[in-house]
Design a protein around this ligand. Structure first.
Ligand code: NI
Length: 187
């Protein structure tokens, strides 16, 4: 099942999401639907708040970005993160032009640290603690932000935010199109 993607302006994107309890619902089915939704929108990451669910779950599949990061292979980077907690971010900050399925047609440089260590459960409820660098870290940091109620535009300077104000306003008013289904906030 493909979910419509919630866009900028919906309060669910600004909310800190809640941990999932193991037996509370069929996580595997939801994860399957999220992958279907993400692939339909040609994304490399999708967090549950983007389909209107305020729970700590996100998925990634970096394979469309394979080759963009020099030596780093992305084709094996398909993962599910349940109830994740970032343990540590380390390294130099670097800029990369980010986009977001919830903020169609806007891309901006965002500065983030190059390494992230994260503890999470996978879809089989097994715990992992792993360290990622480069684009993998970048995708995880972006998706993790979503479950903390943070969008990439929140990282921009106030000058940049002012420049984007009109475009973001239009998105929240539903004046936007994308190559995938969007869910607009009912007024
Ligand atoms: Ni995003």
């Amino acid at each position: 099942m493909i979910y419509p993607i919630v866009v900028y302006g919906n309060p669910v994107l600004k909310k800190k999401a809640k941990d999932i309890e193991q037996e509370s619902f069929d996580v595997k089915k939801l994860v399957e639907d999220m992958f279907e939704t993400m692939y339909a929108a040609s994304g490399v990451g999708l967090a549950a708040p983007q389909i209107g669910k305020s729970i700590r779950l996100f998925i990634v599949d970096g394979s469309p970005m394979d080759g963009e990061d020099g030596e780093e292979a992305m084709e094996d980077f398909k993962k599910v993160f349940i109830n994740p907690e970032i343990i540590e971010e380390a390294g130099e900050e670097w800029d990369f032009e980010e986009g977001c399925l919830s903020i169609p047609n806007i891309r901006e440089d965002v500065s983030r640290q190059e390494e992230v260590t994260i503890r999470y459960l996978d879809e089989n409820w097994e715990e992992h603690t792993e360290t990622f660098t480069g684009l993998k870290a970048r995708i995880i940091q972006h998706e993790y932000d979503h479950i903390e109620g943070v969008l990439f535009t929140d990282h921009l300077t106030s000058f940049k935010k002012r420049l984007l104000k009109g475009k973001l306003g239009n998105i929240s008013k539903g004046k936007v199109t994308a190559g995938y289904k969007l869910a607009f906030t009912k007024k």
